[in-house]
Design a protein around this ligand. Structure first.
Ligand code: PAF
Length: 283
């Protein structure tokens, strides 16, 4: 095991289990913050929330190949490992679990977790059909490897949050899922590791995605018919050069289309040049 700035860096499941067993034996609650690294203030807000609820914080850093489709950015996904460890240490974390791919998916690995419900809502899954199978499988593995008391996820990936919640409920996993609100830049852009792909000119336009969601939310609160509010937001984005994958109003818990009463969540995905942005907002 290595360590840096007081943070243990663990690469194998066996070592991870050994360390966590000591903490469990000492009665110290453990929180897991699953990430793919390239930490920004959004991730650090997950760590901060975890620290309010647990004595020991484990950060997993693993760029999970099975949640990327061929042609997506698996190869170019940023991997600033030393900087990530430094940020996590400064945030008061305890252990980074950063396994190699062969530790997670050894030769002969042959199991996939397929979640239904929110994973099949026709949002991200429509454009990234195998994505949530990859996410659910890696998160289930991380949960079994760590056996944390709680795990913290950002609302930025809202459909992912609902997929994990569904999986935990359906599989009776004894882990509390803690959602954390999206952290935004001052101009409203949701923080994302992928924002660094944006050119300066695209970065200047990118906050319009949040602005369109907020405009739609405000219009709905003021009583505008749903269809008109969606068209208004859609037009705002397409006029600004975004290519929309979806901009939809869904039931905030189930992500089902709005044919019943209930809380509403607006969810959007749009491409700006070569970068795909996602965001969402509660109504
Ligand atoms: O949200 C992410 O960074 C990833 O999807 C996760 C949950 C770490 C699984 O790889």
């Amino acid at each position: 095991m290595q360590s840096a700035q007081g943070v243990a860096i663990v690469r194998t499941v066996a070592l991870l289990r050994g360390m966590l067993e000591q903490w469990r034996a000492a009665g110290e609650p453990i929180a897991l913050v699953p990430t793919m690294g390239a930490l920004h203030a959004g991730h650090l807000s997950l760590v901060e929330e975890a620290k309010k609820r647990a004595r020991r914080i484990v950060l997993s850093i693993f760029v999970n190949p099975t949640q990327f489709a061929p042609g997506e950015d698996f190869g170019s996904y940023p991997r600033p490992f030393a900087r990530d460890v430094q940020s996590f240490a400064a945030a008061g974390g305890d252990l980074v679990f950063a396994p190699e791919t062969k530790e997670v998916y050894p030769a002969g690995f042959a199991t996939t977790i397929l979640v239904g419900g929110p994973a099949k809502a026709g949002l991200e899954d429509k454009f990234r059909p195998d994505h949530f199978a990859g996410v659910a499988t890696i998160v289930a593995k991380l949960f079994n490897q760590c056996r944390p008391d709680l795990a913290v996820f950002g609302e930025k990936d809202y459909q992912q949050l609902k997929v994990i919640t569904q999986m935990v409920r359906d599989l009776d996993l004894d882990i509390a899922i803690v959602p954390v609100p999206t952290v935004r830049a001052e101009d409203g852009l949701a923080l994302s590791s992928r924002n660094e792909y944006l050119s300066a000119e695209e970065r200047a336009r990118a906050p319009l995605l949040h602005a369109a969601l907020a405009l739609c939310r405000d219009a709905l609160r003021q009583g505008m018919p749903l269809k008109d509010a969606l068209v208004q937001a859609h037009d705002m984005l397409t006029n600004a050069g975004f290519v929309l994958d979806y901009f939809e109003a869904r039931h905030a818990e189930t992500l089902a289309p709005l044919d019943q009463e209930g809380p509403i969540r607006l969810l959007a995905a749009a491409r700006l040049g070569n970068t795909r942005l996602i965001d969402n907002i509660g109504v």
